[in-house]
Design a protein. Structure first.
Length: 95
């Protein structure tokens, strides 16, 4: 698996309410499209707000994408647009 769109942050440097605006470049979108079996991924953006509490970080935001996939029946291209909210909780692995 390729982590072309991975972003690593140090826990001790995350400020409460910190906002990140992430936009995948052409190479990152191509790598993700290939991994997901998409015909194309023309846009991929994530806008998030981070809220750390100790070693736990809550990440809330929105992901937006413009893509083209293949119809499972005909194989014809099918355009799609994604614009969805998300909420994630990052925490250390249990010991």
């Amino acid at each position: 698996m390729n982590d072309r769109f991975a972003h690593h942050l140090r826990l001790d440097q995350i400020r409460d309410g910190e906002r990140l605006d992430l936009t995948a470049d052409e190479a990152e979108r191509g790598s993700i499209a290939e991994r997901l079996g998409l015909k194309s991924l023309d846009r991929l953006e994530a806008h998030v707000t981070l809220s750390p509490t100790g070693k736990v970080v809550r990440c809330e935001g929105r992901i937006a994408a413009t893509l083209e996939q293949s119809c499972v029946v005909t194989g014809d291209p099918v355009a799609a647009h994604v614009d969805e909210p998300f909420s994630l909780l990052f925490m250390p692995e249990p010991e």
